[in-house]
Design a protein around this ligand. Structure first.
Ligand code: ATP
Ligand code: MG
Length: 137
C-alpha cells in the first residue's frame, strides 16, 4: 500500500489542532501507520528541506520548523501521496480550496500547518528520515 510522509508543523501544534488534522486523514481513507511528536534541531530541518537550500525563504523555513515541536506521521492508503496533497490544499493558505487543512488551520505561506511529500519517491526518503521500520505498523 502506498505511503507518504506528513508533518504537522509548529504553528498547528501550538494551536492545539493535532487531533483535528489527524481526523482529516482518518476520515478520508488514510491510515496513520506511524506518528511521533518531536523537536527538530536546526541540522534536522536543514537536511529535511535541503532541496530548498538555495531558495530565498530557506532560512525562514528552517527557523519556523524548529520554532516548536512537530508531529511526523506516515500515512498509508490508495494514492496516499496525492490524496494527502489534496487534503492539505495549496502552499499559500490564501490560495487553498475551502475545506482543506491549510484553508482551515494555516495563517500564512510560512506558517502553513502541514507538510506533505510531493512524490512517491520523495515520500520513501522522507519516511526513512523520520522512522525506522519497526515504528511503521
Ligand atoms: P511542504 O514541502 O512544506 O509540504 P509545499 O510542498 O506545499 O510545502 P514547497 O514548495 O515544497 O511547498 O515549499 C516548502 C515550504 O517552504 C512551504 O511549505 C512554505 O512554508 C515555504 N515556502 C514555499 N514557497 C515560499 C515562498 N514563496 N515564500 C515563503 N515561503 C515559501
Ligand atoms: Mg514541498
Amino acid at each position: 500500500m502506498e505511503q507518504t510522509l506528513s508533518i504537522i508543523k509548529p504553528d498547528a501544534v501550538a494551536k492545539g489542532v493535532i487531533g483535528k488534522i489527524m481526523d482529516r486523514f482518518e476520515s478520508n481513507g488514510l491510515r496513520i501507520a506511524a506518528a511521533k511528536k518531536m523537536q527538530l534541531s536546526e541540522a534536522d530541518a536543514q537536511a529535511f528541506y535541503a532541496v530548498h537550500a538555495e531558495r530565498p525563504f530557506f532560512k525562514d523555513l528552517v527557523e519556523f520548523m524548529i520554532s516548536g515541536p512537530v508531529v511526523a506521521m506516515v500515512l498509508e492508503g490508495e494514492g496516499a501521496m496525492a490524496k494527502n496533497r489534496d487534503l492539505m490544499g495549496a502552499t499559500n493558505p490564501q490560495e487553498a480550496e475551502p475545506g482543506t487543512i491549510r484553508a482551515d488551520f494555516a495563517d500564512s505561506i510560512d506558517a502553513n500547518a502541514v507538510h506533505g511529500s510531493d512524490s512517491v519517491e520523495n515520500a520513501k526518503n522522507e519516511i526513512k528520515f523520520f522512522f525506522s521500520d519497526r515504528e511503521i505498523v
